[in-house]
Design a protein around this ligand. Structure first.
Ligand code: ADP
Ligand code: ZN
Ligand code: ZN
Length: 821
């Protein structure tokens, strides 16, 4: 007896390390097809990942609906998803969901209805839920959860539903939004003018409209015909009635970058150095699968032109490409450079795109109508077929690592994907991640260098200004003799920096000022009792924001009014300490009242396109001083900037994290690289209290290799990446004992079952440097190994076999962590 049904294995986007068997009526389903399936009491979108049922599964349920005619995930994407799930210790379903535009995995929508009648005795959490429903029944579970902020409410909903207090109903997911426009299309083609005239009779305008339609290929936007061409709706209706034309909806694809001027194609003739790099990369591409390349080019060495030339070669061979850039570099400047050269071949994947716009870009790439994807981290998953090239620009950038599950590193996945698909991989930076540099040294990557700036430009000279001396002087003199610009926090701009800025203002040149800390002051302390205001949910001091007169937590965004007196002892003697950009802004405005000043940090760029707007003003010369956090250090190319001032280079250098020094060096080098990009030349002034520190010394001489060599030495003892690999396991809970206890238990379990005998060390557990975040207490331990395999195996066993105890305990497994905070 043969069963007429087919069985498929489905991966669900849930943290479950298994697939599920479902039956399908009708034909078999290809791998990668999305299906709507019943799961527990919900309907969920899953992905077909295999054929045939697992053995011994009882009560097989049936697929509710098949959501794709063509699989949404093709074979190569499936392979990449499997790698991602395996390496980053997540489920295949979550990996697949991560790779697709969100509309395609919109979870089913569950709506809760509150019934009248007796409610019986409710537990506190249930009562809160019912109360929320009282104020508006028929709410979606998702909205309720957001509003209530009490974590998962499914257990309560289930209890309430069982008691008949509420009912939960699932609405089917919305189809992906497709934007349409009204068009008029010729329904019947008539070539003979005489025949047309006969058909329309005395309605001459109808003949004109018909011919206008025919002249534009048979289909024209309705609005165009009525507005621009001036045909009335009645004329078009006439054509419809005669069966000559139809009015219908046509899908349109949105392109939010369509309005951005592409500028002129400033395709320079490559310099000899650039040519050499281009030739090396092109011949590696032509020769077939090859090791990844690290393009190490100093700031202003013209890396973009190299990418563009290689890209155009790849395209000419009929293959596609992905270009990853840090989100912040997705400015019209970058986009325009690629669009100027490749026009409509480019699909830009920007976080400011709406859900529908993202989906459109995805479809354009998938259908091959566009061959180049340019975008931030997740553009790595773009469905470019026949992939020939992946470029990762500013490959050291922190934004390539996703901070939530799946905690993937797009740079590493670019290497994996290009290997899987036989594409060339080019990682470019002036300050490569030490991992990449180490890979060059080990022969895993090939190195291409651009040691000089284009056009005979030189790297700007850097001067260090010792803040300790400036502070001492201020104390001694306590007078107006120095021209330091000061504030409550002490010296903000030293005399030499003030002088240098004044020079620029006089000459009409531009200055960039960096301080990598936002807000006005990073903590408020009582001078009487020493109390510091801490976030109620995090173990982090609250930052004073003067503009809105509030204290803000930079991690969870908690806000409260700025205090007038100490909440502990009532003293009014409060000191606002730790300089932030808001305070620098004020000092600059007071020192140079005539200067046109722009501040760029998270607080001034909350609007979707606001940083584009600020950078546009800088580009047009409407800004004299651009002040900001690390946002302004990346990729900007403004020839009018002749001075870069670093207000305090030491911010972050002492963070308890093994990458703190590397980050400091990268930030200083990158921001220094913004100076002197034009004919005018430029200089860099760095204010620091640690002038002898090797990171700062290396920035002084623009010496990446010296820095990398020294820092790699530092990472040997104690061993840190890239000398070894790490997994950071963070155990968190609202109950401090649960966090500590489970961390201890997990570590003990690993030591007994996994670590002993395997080449893996376990370090810890201990409280995380940030002990409390978003109301959760955090403990962590590290798994450390030189063996990628053993490390992966240990992490996977922990995930699959260790069970936590307690109500709300979470274990986050962060492989190749970018920070241990
Ligand atoms: P990088 O990314 O290496 O810092 P860019 O690619 O931004 O450098 O190039 C720096 C500047 O040099 C840009 O304004 C670019 O237009 C210009 N440029 C690049 N290549 C050439 C060239 N061969 N001749 C003249 N100008 C060039
Ligand atoms: Zn006090
Ligand atoms: Zn907080």
């Amino acid at each position: 007896m043969s069963d007429p049904r087919h069985y498929v294995r489905v991966a669900l986007p849930l943290p479950l390390d298994q697939t599920f068997t479902y039956a399908v009526e009708g034909g078999p389903l290809r791998s990668g097809t999305r299906v709507l399936v019943p799961f527990q009491r919900q309907e969920r979108i899953g992905f077909v990942v295999g054929q045939g049922g697992e053995k011994g599964v009882k009560h097989i349920r049936t697929v509710l609906s098949v959501m794709d005619s063509e699989p949404s995930v093709n074979e190569s994407q499936m392979r990449l998803a499997r790698w991602m799930a395996d390496y980053y210790v997540t489920s295949l379903g979550i990996a697949l969901k991560t790779m697709l535009p969100s509309v395609l995995s919109d979870t089913s929508r569950d709506v809760v209805t509150l019934h009248d009648g007796p409610r019986g005795k409710l537990l506190p959490r249930e009562a809160r839920l019912v109360e929320a429903l009282d104020s508006g029944t028929g709410q979606s579970v998702r909205a309720l959860r957001r509003g209530l902020r009490m974590g998962s409410i499914w257990p309560e909903l289930r209890n309430l539903a069982a008691a008949g207090v509420v009912s939960v109903e699932t609405l089917p997911p919305r189809p992906p939004p497709v934007k349409t426009e009204r068009v008029v299309r010729i329904a019947r083609w008539i070539d003979d003018i005489e025949e047309l005239n006969m058909l329309v009779g005395r309605a001459r305008r109808q003949a004109d409209a018909y011919q206008a339609l025919a002249g534009s290929g048979g289909t024209v936007e309705l609005a165009h015909l009525t507005r621009q061409a001036g045909f009335s709706r009645a004329v078009i209706r006439g054509l419809e009635e005669k069966g000559l034309a139809v009015v219908e909806d046509r899908e349109v694809e949105r392109d939010p970058f369509a309005d951005i001027p592409t500028g002129k194609d400033q395709s320079h003739t490559p310099t000899d150095r650039q040519l050499e790099a281009i030739r090396t990369l092109v011949s590696a591409f032509d020769a077939g699968p090859t090791k990844p390349f690290l393009l190490h080019g100093v700031t202003g060495s013209g890396k973009t032109l190299v990418y563009i030339e290689v890209l155009s070669h790849v395209l000419a061979q009929g293959r596609g490409a992905i270009v990853l850039v840090p989100e912040i570099s997705l400015t019209p400047q970058t986009v325009a450079r690629f669009r100027a050269r490749f026009g409509d071949q480019v699909a830009v994947l920007h976080s400011a795109l709406s859900v529908g716009e993202r989906f459109d870009a995805w479809r354009q790439l998938r259908s091959g109508r566009r061959r180049i994807a340019v975008g931030a981290r997740s553009a790595l998953f773009a469905p470019v077929s026949d992939l020939g090239l992946i470029v990762v620009d500013e490959e050291h950038d922190g934004s390539y690592k996703q901070s939530e599950s799946p905690r993937y590193q797009a740079r590493d996945m670019a290497v994996v994907r290009s290997a899987q698909e036989g594409a060339l991989c080019v990682l470019g930076s002036a300050t490569p991640a030490l991992e990449s540099w180490h890979n060059v040294e080990r022969g895993k990557f090939r190195l291409v260098s651009l040691p000089d700036r284009v056009g005979g430009g030189v790297l700007p000279p850097v001067r260090l200004i010792d803040l300790r001396e400036a502070r001492k002087k201020t104390k001694e003199k306590k007078s107006k003799e120095t021209s330091d610009a000061r504030s409550e926090a002490g010296v903000v701009l030293t005399a030499p920096l003030v002088e240098a800025m004044r020079d620029r203002l006089r000459r009409g040149e531009q200055t960039i000022l960096l301080l990598n800390r936002r807000g006005y002051s990073s903590f408020v302390q009582c001078r009487e009792c020493g109390d510091v205001e801490i976030c109620p949910a995090c173990s982090i001091s609250l930052t004073y924001h003067r503009g809105k007169s509030r204290l803000v937590c930079h991690h969870c965004r908690h806000e409260q009014p700025a205090p007038k007196r100490c909440p502990r002892c009532g003293s009014t003697d409060l000191s606002f300490r730790g300089l932030g950009t808001e305070q620098v802004e004020r000092v600059v405005a007071e020192t140079f009242p005539e200067a046109r000043l722009a501040r760029m940090d998270v607080d001034t760029t909350s609007g979707k396109w606001s940083h584009h707007e600020i950078l546009g003003r800088v580009e047009r010369g409407e800004v004299d001083v651009l002040l900001g956090t690390q946002m302004i250090a990346k990729g900007l190319d403004f020839p009018g900037v002749t001075l870069v001032g670093v207000v305090n280079a030491d911010v972050g250098i002492h963070l308890p994290d093994f990458r703190a020094t590397e980050r400091t060096f990268q930030l200083l080098s990158q921001v220094a690289g913004r100076a002197g990009r034009g004919k005018l030349g430029g200089e860099v002034l760095i204010q620091t209290a640690l002038p002898e520190h090797y990171a700062i010394q290396a920035a002084l001489t623009h010496d990446y290799v010296a820095f990398a060599t020294r820092e790699l030495e530092e990472r040997r003892h104690p061993a840190y990446p890239p000398m070894v690999r790490l997994v950071n396991v963070v155990v968190s809970s609202p109950v401090p004992e649960d966090a500590a206890g489970n961390a201890e238990a997990a570590a003990r379990w690993l030591r007994t079952h996994v670590v002993s005998g395997a080449p893996v060390d376990l370090i810890g557990p201990a409280p995380s440097p940030i002990e409390r975040l978003h109301g959760r207490w955090r403990w962590h331990f590290l798994l450390r190994s030189a063996s990628v395999k053993s490390l992966g195996a240990a992490a996977r066993r922990l995930q699959a076999e260790f069970r936590t105890r307690g109500a709300d305990v979470r274990i986050a497994i962060d492989r190749d962590p970018s920070a241990l905070l």
